[in-house]
Design a protein around this ligand. Structure first.
Ligand code: NAP
Length: 275
């Protein structure tokens, strides 16, 4: 058996078309500012993908590319100023040491990455608000690929603040109604938990963490990992997982495009709120 691929690129294109229609009815284009500090090549390629998507949807994206010797106070001033003019502001991670606190200066209503503690707190309380893009993209992808998580056992490997933890909260929300297990580097015998998953999410950051012997036959496997190897980009699942899984997201072309389109969706929502 070979797993059916869940085409994140195609699903993201459908959502882009919906967003483009919404934007075409707005009086002015939504505005997004992306702040990059330093020369991390992965950040540059992520920003390129965001910039291309913004252009397709009709969002005005400004890329502020700053030198890594910028002072904390200058960066703070930029973010405070952008809060006043932009619908969405993101600071591309990673930031050089000592600058992470600036992230908290993005106002929650402009925080289109959904990383602000107010937005994360809203998820905990089941309130509406900006959702972090990768977890929101995974949930959207499940619905749009015909994999309603209601009543399903979802096992998430990884408990980061930007992927694993908020995803667990979104999936266990009333109305979404999955039953969620979260595993991490201190979980003994991860394979035992993974084997019970109807939907298995790998968000670890190491290739081959999830192998075929850890996957229940027919399970839906969402591979969040982006690992740069000498063989190119690979996820966190080994190549034999496709022999056991029922459905699988490819890397690249799975979760990545969903993350980008959910960012666009957050920008459009932020612009609609401010009018
Ligand atoms: P992270 O902050 O490094 O968190 C990784 C998590 O994996 C941690 O909770 C860690 O456990 C756990 N872990 C590490 N080794 C493990 C092991 N052997 N067994 C079980 N759990 C293990 O990473 P992240 O930001 O969540 O990102 C995870 C991956 O997703 C990365 O490859 C990243 O590039 C990718 N990613 C992709 C997208 C996308 O749009 N496609 C978006 C975001 C991230 P502890 O907490 O115990 O350390």
């Amino acid at each position: 058996m070979s797993a059916k691929l869940i085409d994140g690129k195609k699903i993201a294109a459908e959502i882009e078309a919906e967003l483009k229609l919404k934007v075409s009815k707005m009086d002015k284009a939504p505005r997004l500012s992306v702040v990059q500090v330093g020369e991390d090549p992965a950040s540059t390629s992520y920003i390129k993908a965001k910039s291309n998507a913004a252009e397709r949807v009709g969002i005005e994206l400004t890329h502020h590319h700053l030198s890594d010797d910028i002072s904390k106070s200058d960066l703070e001033k930029l973010v405070v100023d952008l809060n006043k003019t932009e619908d969405g502001v993101i600071i591309q991670l990673p930031l050089p040491d000592g600058l992470d606190e600036v992230l908290d200066l993005i106002q929650p209503e402009n925080d289109v990455d959904g990383f602000h503690s107010v937005n994360l707190g809203n998820i905990v309380q089941g309130k509406s608000g900006m959702k972090p893009c990768t977890p929101a993209g995974i949930v959207e992808m499940l619905y749009r690929s015909g994999n309603d998580p209601k009543g399903k056992h979802v096992v998430i490997v990884g408990r980061s603040t930007i992927v694993g933890k908020p995803l667990a909260l979104l999936l266990s929300q009333k109305g979404v109604d999955a039953t969620v297990t979260v595993c991490h580097s201190r979980t003994p015998d991860i394979g035992r938990h993974c084997l019970e998953a109807d939907i298995l999410v790998a968000a670890v950051g190491y290739p081959d963490t999830i192998t075929s012997s850890m996957v229940k036959p027919g399970a839906v496997v969402i591979d969040v990992g982006v690992n740069r190897t000498e063989n190119g980009l690979v996820g966190d699942t080994s190549s034999d997982v496709k022999e056991v899984a029922g459905q699988l997201t490819p890397v690249p072309g799975g979760v990545g495009p969903m993350t980008v389109v959910m960012l666009m969706s957050n920008v459009v929502d932020a612009a609609l709120k401010t009018g």
